[in-house]
Design a protein. Structure first.
Length: 264
């Protein structure tokens, strides 16, 4: 979105939108931000203008993503304070080093780094298994990890437990789209939800058994079935928009057979 569009946005409308998105009343927000509910009301209607400190305080209480905190600042008449650098920028060297160490250190198991829209930023060599046999059009930049996971011609066609993995990923995408106001996530959700899988019953509900701990990702790979679970990590105290939106997804073997297959 260009600077012109940013300056035409109303701070009050943006604040109200984020407050309602977080399902917080004016009174609750006022208590958390240590101001009066009347002042919050005046800010939303435009009868009062916030200071830069007030914008930052309200955004913090509402857990507004850094990208949108810049929008709130600009709408209130202030310059954005959170930079947005390319991952390959010289200033991001320490971040790249950290990512490289995490990815390499997780081998022989797959690991990848994605941005806010689940586009692939980096991956270790073990993650190449997810792209085996995938059509070239799905591997054009930017490669989308969610699309790879559910597309019928990619992992979606190799998942043994497709119905439960699909349900989980679509739920996760929908929640992320609602929480972040990221339009691309909503579009991605609708695209993935429209995929069809002939002969697969997508309405099968998985009832966890007494031995279940996590929902595994069970995928055919050659003549084997690999069973994995994932963890997702983010940077703890980012003040850069790009860094705040990076996520590191690591895949772990869910059984001894899978661990042995990766070790080989």
């Amino acid at each position: 979105m260009g600077a012109l569009a940013l300056t035409e946005e109303s701070f009050g409308d943006l604040l109200r939108s984020w407050r309602q998105r977080r399902r917080v009343s004016q009174l609750d927000l006022a208590i958390e931000a240590d101001v009066s509910a009347r002042h919050v009301s005046f800010l939303e209607t435009g009868r009062a203008r916030p200071s830069r400190e007030m914008v930052m305080r309200l955004a913090e209480e509402l857990e507004v993503p850094l990208r949108h905190r810049n929008r709130l600042l600009v709408a209130a008449g202030f310059a954005p304070v959170f930079p947005e650098r390319e991952v390959r920028a010289p200033e991001m060297g320490v971040v790249r080093q950290a990512l490289d160490k995490i990815l390499a250190g997780h081998e022989p198991y797959p690991a990848l780094v994605v941005d806010a829209a689940w586009n692939l930023v980096a991956a270790n060599s073990a993650a190449a298994m997810f792209m085996d046999g995938v059509p070239a059009e799905l591997l054009k930049e930017p490669i989308n990890a969610m699309r790879l996971s559910l597309h019928p011609d990619a992992m979606g066609g190799r998942l043994i437990n497709l119905a439960e993995v699909r349900a989980h990923l679509l739920h996760q995408l929908r929640r992320q789209a609602e929480a972040s106001a990221h339009g691309a996530l909503a579009e991605l959700h609708d695209e993935l939800a429209a995929y069809t899988y002939p002969g697969v019953d997508l309405n099968v509900a998985h009832v966890p058994g007494p031995a279940d701990i996590l929902i595994p990702l069970r995928i055919r790979h050659g003549d084997r079935v690999l069973s994995m679970f994932t963890t997702i990590a983010t940077f703890g105290t980012p003040v850069d928009v790009t860094v705040s939106e990076l996520a590191i997804e690591t895949f772990w073997p869910n059984d001894e057979e899978t661990a042995a297959a990766f070790a080989r």
